[in-house]
Design a protein around this ligand. Sequence first.
Ligand code: FAD
Ligand code: FES
Ligand code: MG
Length: 279
Amino acid sequence: MYPILVKEDLAPVTKLMIIETPEVARKAKAGQFVIVRDCEEGERIPLTIADFDGQAGTVTIIFQEVGKSTMHLGRLRAGDSLCTFTGPLGRPSEIEEYGTVLCVGGGVGIAPIFPIARALREAGNRVISVIGARNKDLLFWEEKMRSVSDELIVCTDDGSYGRKALVTVPMKEVLEQRNDVSRIWAIGPAIMMKFCSLTAKPFDVPIIVSLNSIMVDGTGMCGACRVEVGGRTRFVCVDGPEFDGREVDWDQLLARQRIYLPEEKLAREKFEQECCKGH
Ligand code: FAD
Ligand code: FES
Ligand code: MG
């Protein structure tokens, strides 16, 4: 069992949990993910490692309640335990001294961009970060991102905080104003990563994205997470989750993410009804 040491509501549907898991914490690197289950009957939920502390033996996860399993997970509190916490999975981010790098985090993607920005800064890079969300309530970790960035631009889609813009707007401006950005990381919803990749293309700068395809086993056995990258079939769980966004077949990924929508809607409605009955 994996005890939840801290549980925090970052926004009404965005939760943070710090989990006691010394073995995962010791091995974790920026860019990797875990698969969690909150009970024996629970679905496997892949979540990116938002932070880790090898000495304290803890890993931080941040998740949005979007359906049955994440809503069920969100009901747990500090003192409860997770049933499984498998990881670290996937290949770590390729952290090197590139010079100037741009880190873009959108919505819940701010969580996984944080350890990457921190590792890039520690490796001697100049880190320019852009974080954004639909509105002020969905933004989090501004100060944490500031602490690992040389420059931080904050925006919201509706202008309720920071600059009123989608993250692609300041991203394009930075690329136009400076010719020394040698690598970009962009993490967020697939549609955001698609448009960040299209924005980066004319500037001929590699853009690393972290793909969130549907996963089952997370070990390269089931094929659920397959995507086309550069015309080749790749498994996100073992070949990724990071790929050059300019080579990803985004339309295929977006379509595959929606394969089980009717079943997911049904499961969510049933869960909400059962919860209502319980109160
Ligand atoms: P459902 O109603 O079942 O599904 C809602 C949507 O979530 C689906 O339409 C589908 O696109 C996606 N989804 C459903 N099941 C899975 C699955 N088994 N694997 C992947 N996606 C699924 N979310 C976060 O909030 N924070 C994170 O840090 C984060 N990191 C991720 C890292 C990776 C490598 C992957 C693959 C996904 C990550 N996700 C993250 C997405 C998260 O796993 C899904 O939101 C979650 O599994 C949805 O489960 P549900 O039952 O609550 O929702
Ligand atoms: Fe099964 Fe990737 S999740 S192969
Ligand atoms: Mg589900």
